[in-house]
Design a binder for this molecule. Sequence first.
Ligand SMILES: Cc1cc2nc3c(=O)[nH]c(=O)nc-3n(C[C@H](O)[C@H](O)[C@H](O)COP(=O)(O)OP(=O)(O)OC[C@H]3O[C@@H](n4cnc5c(N)ncnc54)[C@H](O)[C@@H]3O)c2cc1C
Length: 463
Amino acid sequence: MANNTARVYRSDEGFVRQLIEPLFNKLALHRSPDVIASPRSEVEVVELMREASQQGWKVAVRSGGHSWIASSVRSGGLLLDMSAFKSISIDATKRTAKVGPAVRSGELVKALAAQGLAFPVGHCGTPGIGGFLLGGGIGLNWGHWKPACFSVRSVRVVMADGRVVVASESENSELLWLARGSGPGFPGVITEFELECQTRPADTRLSSWLFDLDSLNQVTGWVVKASRNLPSNVVVVVSTFGPDRPMLPPSEGVPSHLVGVTAIAYVDSEEEAREALNALSEGPGCSSVFQSELDPVPFEMLYSIIDATFPENHHYLADTFWTPLDVQGAMSTISELMREAPSGKSFLQAVMPGHGAAGQGLPDKEAVYSMDERTLMWTYAIWKEEADDQSNRRWMKDLVAKLEPISKGHFLSEADLHVSPQRASRCFSQANWQRLIDLRRVFDPHGTFHGFPGAGFDKTPSS
Ligand SMILES: Cc1cc2nc3c(=O)[nH]c(=O)nc-3n(C[C@H](O)[C@H](O)[C@H](O)COP(=O)(O)OP(=O)(O)OC[C@H]3O[C@@H](n4cnc5c(N)ncnc54)[C@H](O)[C@@H]3O)c2cc1C
C-alpha cells in the first residue's frame, strides 16, 4: 500500500489479536481478512479505498466490533478498522450532533445529556454507533422516537472509488436512504453521521416485576391488556430468564426460571410517570417474586442496567423475529424451550412497538429500514466455554425452528444472517430489498464491498 496508515497483515505477529480483541462475541471464527488497516482520518480512508480498488481487494468495515455475527470479519481482502473515528460535536441550538462511527452508545448519550439532549441510542453502552445506526438502531424510547436510523440527517461517505460524498435529504438522497438501515449491505465507508437529537427526558422512571415462569401466560396476558392504554413514551419489555440471571439469582423460595416485565417511562416528572404507567397497575393476578415501581434512573444511565445481562468475554448466538402475534402468543411458543436452555445465562425477550398496534407506522419512503410487525422477539444464547458450543447451537436451532413459522421477518442488526441465504432479504419489505440491491449496483458497480454475510454476496460480487 502506498500510504502510511497503520496496518497488519495475516502473517504478522499480533494479527489475530487485532482481529479478535475488538469483537464482543467470543464465538470462534473460521475466516479472516488478508490485512487490517486502521485509518486515522478521512483522507487515509480515501487512500485505502483507492488502493483496495487497484488491488482488486474486497473491503469490510468495522466500527465498534459489536455485530453478533462479526459481520466485519470476512474471508480475504481488507478490513477497515474505523476505531479512531471517535469525535462528537454537538450543536445544542440546532439540536444536532456530528458523530464518528466508533463512538460508543454510552459515550454519546452522556455527552448529549450534558447539553440537555438525548438520542435513541442502543440499550447497552458498548456497541459502536456506526453499526448500530446502519443496522436500523432499536434504541431507547423507540416506540416514540422510532428506530434511530430515522434520526440520521446526513452522512459523510467514502465510496468504493475513493470519492467523498455527503448524503442528505437534499443531495445523494438515495445513499442516505441506504444509510438508514442497510447494515452490512451499505456500499461505502461512513466517516461521520449527523444526528437529529431529542430533548432529554428529565425524569425517566422504571418499573419492573419478576414472576415464576409458570405464570408466563397470565403475565403476558396482563401486558397485552394493559398495552392498549399505554402511551407511546412507555416501552414494555417481557423477558424470560434462567438461573444465572444477574438481577435475582435463585435462592430459597425463588424459582429457577422467571418471567420479567420492565416498563420504562420516558417522562419529565414522577407524577407523569405514574400516570403513564397506570394501565399496568392492575397486575396479572399472580404474585411476583420481586417488584419495584417508579425507580428514577437518569436517561443516560439506563444502559448500565441492561449491560449486566450481556456479560463480556462470552460466546453468543443472537437472533430476532418479527411476528404478527401479540406478546402472549409469541412467548407461548417458546416457554418450554426456555427451561431446556443448556446455559442459565441465556434469555428471550419480546416487545410490542406501538403497544400492540400492528406495526409502528413507520414513515414509508425515508429509509430502507422497513420490516415491522406487531411483536419483535429476541433470542440470546450466552455461554462461557467453547466445550458448550454444540449444545447451545442445538438449543438455538430448536428455537429458530419454533419461531420461523410464526415469523414474518427479522431485525437486521441482531439477526443471524448465517442461518439461511434468505435471511438478509427477510429483514426488509420486498420492494425495499429490490431497491437496495439495485442501488448497490449503482454505488458499488464492481462489488468492492463484501455486502451481507451469508447471502451469497461473496460469490456474486455485483449482485
Ligand atoms: C451487547 C450488545 C447489545 C446490543 N444492543 C442493541 C440494541 O439495543 N439495539 C440495536 O439495534 N442493536 C443492538 N445490538 C446490535 C448492534 O447494534 C449491531 O451489531 C451493530 O452493528 C454494532 O455496531 P458496531 O459498530 O459495534 O458493529 P461492527 O461489528 O463494527 O459493524 C457491524 C457492521 O456494520 C457496518 N459498519 C460499521 N461501521 C461502518 C462504517 N463506518 N461504514 C460502513 N459500514 C459500517 C459493517 O458492515 C459491519 O460489518 C447490540 C449488540 C451487542 C453486542
